[in-house]
Design a protein. Structure first.
Length: 537
């Protein structure tokens, strides 16, 4: 009977110690969030540790995360970090029953790791970035020490247990204070919740200036408006991707765990580097005062698998990038220019490398300020981002851009190149079946097979569909708006009962047929032909 009582008390104390660890972790994160709201949101420990994890993750694993979780990859990473923190907090709480001071010191050590991660980030703002991690760790260590002390931690527990055993009493150890523990735990939970809520509120207020600056933007009329979308360019076929992708549905792939909110009133762009004889700096207002071009352009992410969703088309408004470079004295390499690579840097220190020749070869490369008739959404780069048709986004579509440096491919590798991706990445010809969906069950008879195809800056000349191992049959093409946009297509298939595989291929404007060779997205984009299996009957 006595053994059962001791075991029950041991389990109870262990559970309370684990709960103490969780509360300590909760308090640490809440205190860190509050401190980050006063320093800057990007300095929060979850963000800096998540950023460090992204930076050190092999390219293949990043690609897997994007394929598996899509635009939720950042959420999955953050939840993974929180789950890990929770598990470690539980273990430290239980450990602190026997080694109270060492357990509290363990919490402090995680603060040191977070501080080191903050200082190691490429966008660090200085020593102040360590404060959220250190303050959070100190709060967590204090809470753990106090709560486990209420349960009966360290050597006091052994002494109390020994005394209890000697007296023959079945009561709890002298160090156990149930009422004090519950009171302390309740106060901790309430204070932590309040601190977290205050931190989120202050973070929201910090972004109000950026939100107000975006709301105040009045977009000027373009000096060179986009041509009207041709009649027949948008097929009215259910299930086919819209010719213009709404902003809320446009794909987002980047490494920013906290979306930068930049005040357009304080933003500036700097242009400098090799071959720049006249360095330039521009404000947002100065860009809006320049002649703007408006163009329909389809963007594609290099992480897009064959048939994948990471492509979208929008109407962009911006300043022609080649004009800005020429004003700075830059010449294309084919004309004797010293720089062959343009490094774009964002406010979160992301670096993208773009071939100078492609930017200055006459295509509609721009610094975009608007997307589908409104200022850029924050998620898509407000106030200014790069758009270069014909190149995958990781070498052309820098969001939240703040600096352009002219250099060479030999002298500098940007972020993604350091991680195994190609230096140059023209978009590969692709066609996608949007309808019917994979493994769909459809009725026999005439079935409309339809989708989109793209080969930016080359255009789409032909799309063909193959049923099982039969001959390639030409699909009907929607009108082509420009060579920089995707093109819708459709095919009337006389479907017979049974299981069938439908495959599509495209031919670009240069007469080159899309390859059937399947390759991974790494290092320069996936290749191969999209196919779906359907059942008719």
């Amino acid at each position: 009977m006595r053994v059962v009582s001791i075991n029950r008390r041991t389990v109870e104390r262990g559970a309370l110690a684990a709960a103490s660890g969780l509360l300590a972790g909760y308090a640490a994160l809440a205190a860190a969030e509050l401190t980050a709201s006063l320093v800057r949101p990007q300095a929060g420990p979850v963000t800096v540790i998540g950023g460090a994890a992204i930076d050190r993750t092999p390219a293949a694993l990043k690609d897997f995360a994007i394929r598996t979780f899509g635009e939720n990859d950042k959420l999955v990473l953050q939840l993974g970090i929180l789950a890990t923190v929770g598990l470690l907090a539980v273990l430290l709480g239980v450990f602190a029953l026997r080694h109270l001071r060492t357990g509290a010191a363990g919490v402090l050590s995680f603060g040191v790791l977070g501080a080191a991660a903050a200082l190691g980030r490429p966008d660090t703002a200085g020593a102040a970035d360590v404060l959220p991690s250190l303050v959070g760790a100190a709060a967590g260590a204090l809470v753990l020490y106090l709560l486990v002390g209420k349960v009966g931690g360290s050597t006091d527990v052994s002494t109390a247990t020994s005394a209890t055993s000697t007296s023959g009493s079945d009561g709890p150890p002298a160090a156990w204070n149930r009422r004090g523990f519950l009171l302390a735990a309740g106060v901790t939970a309430i204070a932590s919740t309040g601190a977290g809520a205050l931190g989120r509120a202050l973070t929201g207020r910090r972004g109000q200036g950026a939100t107000a600056s975006r709301a105040a933007v009045r977009l000027p009329a373009p000096a060179s408006p986009a041509a009207p979308i041709p009649a027949g360019a948008a097929l009215r076929i259910p299930g086919v991707s819209a010719f213009t992708t709404p902003n809320k549905e446009f794909y987002r792939v980047d490494t920013a765990l906290v979306v930068p909110r930049v005040d357009a009133g304080t933003w500036r762009l700097r242009i400098h580097g090799k071959g720049v004889s006249r360095p330039r700096s521009y404000s947002y207002a100065e860009l809006l005062q320049r002649p703007l071009i408006e163009r329909d352009i389809t963007l594609t992410c290099v992480s897009n698998e064959v048939g994948g969703p990471y492509a979208g088309s929008a109407r962009w408004l911006g300043v022609r990038l080649s004009d800005l470079l020429r004003e700075a004295g830059v010449q294309a390499p084919s004309r004797g220019g010293r720089a062959d690579q343009l490094i774009a840097r964002s406010v979160d220190a992301m670096t993208l490398g773009t071939p100078v020749e492609e930017v200055m070869d006459g295509r509609d490369a721009m610094l975009a300020v608007a997307m589908n008739g409104e200022p850029l959404p924050f998620e898509h780069g407000f106030p200014v981002r790069m758009v270069v048709p014909g190149l995958y986004g990781y070498v052309s579509a820098c969001k939240w851009i703040r600096e352009i440096e002219l250099t060479t491919f030999d002298s500098y590798d940007p972020y993604w190149v350091k991680r195994g991706w190609a230096r140059r990445a023209p978009v590969k010809t692709q066609a996608r079946i949007d309808t019917p969906k994979p493994f769909a069950r459809i009725a026999a008879g005439t079935v409309t097979v339809a989708g989109v195809a793209w080969a930016q800056h080359r255009g789409i000349e032909r799309v063909e569909v193959q049923v099982d191992d039969g001959p390639w049959q030409e699909a009907s093409l929607a009108a082509q708006a420009t060579t920089d946009t995707w093109r819708q297509w459709s095919f009337g298939w006389k479907a017979a009962p049974g299981g069938h595989r439908l495959t599509v291929r495209a031919t670009d404007g240069r007469g080159e047929v899309q390859t059937e060779l399947r390759t991974r997205t790494i290092p320069d984009g996936a290749s191969g032909r999209h196919g779906v299996f359907v059942t008719v009957g």
